[in-house]
Design a protein around this ligand. Structure first.
Ligand code: SF4
Ligand code: SF4
Length: 163
């Protein structure tokens, strides 16, 4: 994955994508979940996340209590010590990593706690979730992080133009 060209392309399409995703919040007469889910499946069939890991390199998942307990147990730590070592509370009151890249990302882009990774990592980039209409701001932000999301939004764009 060439992240440099991805970043350039994401910046080039930024305004267009913002306008599209904002307009989809109120567009009716279209099964948006189906359109996104089809595009998501098509793009991820051809995406090798191990050549990318840009999400793990640049953003932090939110850690819920169950995520903290699971990851702490996997590392043989008490939840409180896990928080002290790795997490900080952000402005929304959510626990996130103190810094990026993620401390559990290894040099080959593998996750050292893969089996016990937080739910947000399992669900990333959320483009196949139900009620995608409620996740369009997040999807826009993810066009600037995730090459797969940028491609998914391009496919959605083509589908919408056809309708
Ligand atoms: S989910 Fe997106 S950003 Fe993360 S590794 Fe896969 S393609 Fe890259
Ligand atoms: S916990 Fe694993 S999947 Fe989640 S950001 Fe870190 S390396 Fe990536």
């Amino acid at each position: 994955m060439n992240l440099e060209s991805f970043n350039k392309e994401a910046q080039r399409l930024k305004k267009q994508n913002k306008a599209l995703l904002t307009s989809l919040k109120t567009k009716r007469g279209i099964k948006l979940d189906d359109v996104f889910q089809a595009a998501h499946a098509e793009v991820f069939e051809k995406t090798d996340c191990l050549t990318c890991a840009n999400c793990c390199k640049t953003t932090s998942p939110i850690f819920y209590q169950s995520d903290i307990e699971r990851a702490a147990k996997a590392l043989g730590l008490k939840p409180g010590d896990f928080i002290k070592t790795y997490l900080v509370m952000d402005e929304d009151g959510d626990f996130v990593f103190t810094s990026a890249p993620c401390p559990f990302l290894d040099e080959d882009n593998y996750c050292k706690i893969y089996k016990d990774r937080p739910t947000a990592c399992r669900e990333y980039p959320h483009t196949n979730r139900k009620n995608i209409r409620q996740l369009l701001d997040l999807t826009y932000r993810n066009t600037l992080v995730c090459p797969a999301v940028l491609s998914i939004v391009e496919k959605v764009k083509l589908q919408i133009e056809k309708k």
